[in-house]
Design a binder for this molecule. Sequence first.
Ligand SMILES: [Zn+2]
Length: 123
Amino acid sequence: MSSGPSAPGSSGSGSAAFERLVVERARAAERLTALRLEFARLLEYSADVGADDEHDIEGASMPFEREQLRATLRQAAGKAEEIDAAFARLAAGTYGTCTLCGQPMGAGRLEARPAARTCARCA
Ligand SMILES: [Zn+2]
């Protein structure tokens, strides 16, 4: 399984970035799926308690939990979008260049945050 999907322009450091992004995207997709499931369960549960007044006390904590989960979901979706954008930059040959100042981001930052759009200074 070490060959993986073929990297565009697999010469130089681009393929390492590609592989990192593939891993990141798989992780982000997994997390999104898990969060969506959890959210669906939470909605189902609050619909159940909402139909029964006797469970109001338990139900009181639900809106907060739901909002928190919604925020986490939004964050995870944003991250997945960031990764897709990074793939697009990789294909366009602009990956690793800060989208704000146009300077190279540096290998360390890209290793820590493969989907980063900006350098550490512009972040
Ligand atoms: Zn910058």
